[in-house]
Design a protein around this ligand. Sequence first.
Ligand SMILES: [Zn+2]
Length: 359
Amino acid sequence: MKERFSRQTVIPEWGEDSQRIISEARVLCVGVGGLGTAASQYLAATGIGTLGLIDADEVSVSNLQRQILFQESDVGEKKAVAAGRVLQKGRADLRIETWTESLTTKNVDEIFARFDLILDCTDNFQTKFLINEACVKLAKPWVLASANQWEGHVAVFYSPKGPCYQCYQRAVPTSELPSCERTGVLGAVVGIVGSYQCLLGLRTLIQLSRPQTTLTVSFGEILFFDFLKLKNFKTHIRSQFDCRVCGALAEPIDWGPQDFEISPAEFSRRIQESTGIPQILNFSGQTFSKFSPIKIESLYEPDFLAGYQKDKEILIVCDLGHIAKEIVPALREKGFTKVWSLRGGHGAWLEESRRETYA
Ligand SMILES: [Zn+2]
C-alpha cells in the first residue's frame, strides 16, 4: 500500500501524515454527473477511506461526452451504482456507500452524519441550499462547485469558521441555474472544476485534522474560472449577521446533547464573571482573549496540571472544538470536576464576537 501512494507521500507538504488523514476520511459526493465523476475518481485514487455516492439518475448517452467514468455499456444503469462498480475495480480496499435516490430534507441529516466532508456535485440551487442548511446544522465542511459552458466556480464552506452559502446566495434566482441540458458544457471544463473541487476537499480534510499544515483553504472564498478568456478571479464572501441559515437571527438550531460543551456566548459570560484570573487551557494555536497558546504536548508533562486548581472552573479552547471536547473527559477523570470545552473552538468564538458587534 505504501508503494501505491508513494508519488504523493514523497511530496513534502503532503507526506505520510496527510495520507493517514485521507485514508481515514469519509467523503460524500452529492451528484454523480460531470463534477461527481471527476471528483470521485481522484478522491478514490488519492486514497480516501470511504466514498459516498448519491444520485437518482441513470446514465444516458448524452452524459458520455463529459462523464468519462461511464462506458457505453453503463447507459440505463443508475449512476451511483455504475460509478461505484468502476471505482471499486480501481481500488479494492475503498469502502463505497451508494444511494440511488435524491437528497431530500427527509434523508439529508442521516446521510450527512455518516461523512466528514460533503462535495456538492449538483447543478440545481435547491439541492445546494439543502446541502448548505444541513452542513450548517451539522457543522460539516462542504465544497460547492458549478460548471457551465465555459465557466465554473468552486468554494469551501464551513460555518463554524466562515460564512455559509446562504450569506452569498440569498435566494434561488428566478432564472434558476442553467443546466447542462439547456446550455451545454465541455467535458474538459467540468473535469477541471471537479478535480479542483476534489483538491479543495482533500486540503479541507487535512487542514481540519492538522492545523499546523500549509495545505489550507480559505473558507468562504469563491474562485471563478473563465475558460473562454482563460482567466480566473477570486472573491471572498462575508458572513451576513441576518443570514437566515447561519446568522444571529437564524432560528435556533438543535445541536443535540453535548455534555461538557458550552456555547461561545456562555464561554464569554463565564470568563467575564470569573473572579480572579480564569483557568483557560488554550490549545487553539492563537492568542485567545489575552491567553497565549499552549502546545497540546504540554498535557503529557508530569507537572503541567499541578499548576491548575481542581475545584475551580477550567475552560478548554482549541481550533475547532474537536480536540478540546476529547480532553474534557480525561481531565474530569483526573479529578478536575468543572471542566468545559468551547463548542466550535476559537473560530466559533470569533464569529460570535463579530455577531455581537453587529447586533
Ligand atoms: Zn449564512
